[in-house]
Design a protein around this ligand. Structure first.
Ligand code: FAD
Length: 380
């Protein structure tokens, strides 16, 4: 075992940290308050190659390993999770799925511009009545010979407006249940696609979230991913990697709040001494540090498994459930350590607490991760 980062991994982490401090920190609270899309910031992130960092260089990606991805996601999400989630969706849910399962033509036409930063992608699985139970897809993709006709509604879609490439999951053969589901590459500007208003969210308010409506959208046959009926498996495989992205995001949110609370506790005085000298506060910091270390180790182990071609679905469910749950705990304690200052926007920790909540919900709630984990251990 080797617990040291390579020189390259350390460099990527430092570069993500510098970027976050320099480009994301100024204005992050204002963007959140105004639910303002971080257009300039995402453009710069793309120029640095982070939006396609996991994809092979031969497809215009950064060719970086998953350990580096975890480190970069942590650093970005420490400061601005709304940007973190865009990076996670593009890398893990869109680019990875195309690289792994796309045809040569699909890779040429869609993956290369996505990994190279010319385009942004979105992943459309959830529906108004199909969230945790993703098998009950109501969006229909009727087979019309040389094309599919797409009709239905997708909910809560990250990157819905800024993306130009959608990966859409839809039902083709309802009688076959989840084995009748397909995945398609859809271009956002095709006729019959419309967006709902930007969602007014509790946290990550500047990330780009909308519902997407499909009315008689013609999808060419060659835009189906994999064999007929592969869509559900495609979505689940893709989410295995996506969950590691969100686990790393949760880790970043927790460590961002912890670093702020640690600093504050050494400066704020109460009863004649810095509050860090009160054991109640020191023990909170100790608990936070242990939880963050555990979450980081779960993320890095999962990344290592993925980088070494080993199964990582179980590890990503563990990492996501644990990191999301401790992000909620750690950010709540950070607010407590900052007292009244923790409750106002200026000190960032209240925003981090709102952001932490979402990591327990999307890409499979904490309850769904426990289903995945318990099924695996009970099957052994
Ligand atoms: C801001 C935001 C961005 C998102 N981005 C995307 C995106 O880009 N693409 C996309 O496809 N989706 C996206 N989602 C959707 C997200 O993945 C779903 O909200 C999530 O999977 C939960 O589904 P749901 O909201 O329908 O809740 P439900 O499935 O209705 O769950 C409600 C509650 O019931 C619990 N529950 C459900 N089933 C069980 C069970 N069997 N056992 C125990 N408890 C259970 C859940 O854990 C939860 O607590 C996003 C959501 C949000 C809020």
């Amino acid at each position: 075992m080797n617990f040291e980062y390579t020189e390259e991994q350390e460099m990527i982490r430092q570069s993500a940290r510098d970027f976050a401090e320099r480009e994301l920190l100024p204005g992050v609270n204002e963007r959140d308050a105004n639910a303002e899309f971080p257009e300039e910031q995402v453009k710069k992130l793309t120029e640095l190659g982070f939006m396609g960092m996991l994809t092979d260089v031969k497809y215009n990606g950064g060719g970086m390993d998953t350990v580096s991805y975890v480190l970069a996601m942590e650093e970005i999400s420490k400061v601005d999770s709304a940007v973190g989630v865009m990076m996670s969706v593009n890398n893990s849910l869109v680019n990875w799925g195309l690289e792994e399962y796309g045809t040569e033509e699909q890779i040429e036409k869609y993956l290369k511009p996505l990994a190279g930063g010319e385009k942004i992608g979105a992943f459309l699985l959830s529906e108004p009545e199909a969230g945790s139970d993703a098998t009950s897809q109501r969006t229909k993709a009727d087979d019309k010979g040389d094309y599919y006709l797409l009709n239905g509604v997708k909910n809560w879609i990250t990157n819905a407006n800024c993306a130009s490439v959608y990966l859409v999951i839809a039902q083709t053969h309802p009688e076959k249940k989840h084995k009748g589901i397909n995945a398609f590459i859809v271009e956002k500007d095709w006729e019959g696609i419309s967006l709902g208003p930007h969602e007014d969210k509790m946290g990550m308010r500047s990330s780009d979230t909308h519902s997407v409506m499909f009315t008689d959208v013609k999808v060419p046959k060659e835009n189906r991913i994999g064999e007929d009926g592969f869509g559900f498996k495609f979505a689940m495989k893709t989410l295995d990697g996506g969950r590691l992205g969100i686990a790393s995001q949760a880790l970043g949110i927790a460590s961002g709040a912890y670093e702020r609370a640690l600093q504050y506790s050494k400066e704020r005085k109460a009863f004649g001494t810095e509050i860090a000298n009160h054991q109640a506060i020191a023990f909170k910091l100790s608990d936070m540090a242990v939880k963050i270390e555990n979450a980081r180790n779960l993320c890095l182990k999962c990344a290592w498994l993925k980088d070494n071609g080993k199964p990582y679905g179980f590890a990503s469910a563990m990492a996501k459930q644990y990191a999301a749950d401790i992000a909620m705990e750690v950010t709540t304690e950070a607010v407590q350590i900052l007292g009244g200052y923790g409750y106002v926007r200026e000190y960032h920790v209240e925003r981090l607490m709102r952001e932490a909540k979402l990591t327990q919900i999307y890409e499979g709630t904490s309850e769904i991760q426990k289903i995945v984990i318990s099924r695996t251990i009970l099957a052994d």
